[in-house]
Design a protein around this ligand. Sequence first.
Ligand code: GTP
Ligand code: MG
Length: 204
Amino acid sequence: MAKAYDYLFKLLLIGDSGVGKTCLIIRFAEDNFNSTYISTIGIDFKIRTVEIDGKKIKLQVWDTAGQERFKTITTAYYRGAMGIILVYDITDEKSFENIQNWIKSIRENAAADVERMLLGNKCDIESRRKVQKEQAEKLAKEHGIKFFETSAKSSINVDESFCALARDIFIKRVITKKTGQGNKPQVSLNSPQQQKSSSKCSLI
Ligand code: GTP
Ligand code: MG
């Protein structure tokens, strides 16, 4: 039987309670949205497969509870993650301020080479905006990470952001490794720089 996927990437979402982590994952994995708020207990995951450069990448997306009382359980999952998505709510200033603490938590608990990304969720409710896009762009730039404003509700930038992260992990772990120093590639590959612009992520 043909292998169902070529690579498995583990992603993890973190951020304050109520920012929309679970909704983002449900939008990405099931293309669905529910406005009833059921706060996550501990940890959970969903799967979606994408294709990059003809390779099937199975994304295992871990959802963590934002509530402080689950911190011990959730931080135990940081180490296995290849990508960590930091989420705040654009209508909740405190959730944005706390991103600094979540970044610190990554530094303390995750692998040093983990890919990070920042998402400002709920961008469909512009009238209640408290965090300006420029503030978040500045923060993301300071930390050298990608940033998107998203809406799980209106399906804005959800697929795009998850794909962008998957692509960055693919470039770091698959392409750069093969073309890396002293490591002759088995097959002919473009340089990482060329690949960077040509690696497309499609949802399958
Ligand atoms: P915890 O599990 O407690 O950490 O929270 P969470 O980050 O998983 O939040 P969740 O996804 O459960 O969403 C919290 C509330 O925000 C729910 O009522 C959602 O319906 C709502 N919500 C999530 N995403 C969006 C969005 O993009 N737009 C709007 N308007 N509401 C959203
Ligand atoms: Mg949740």
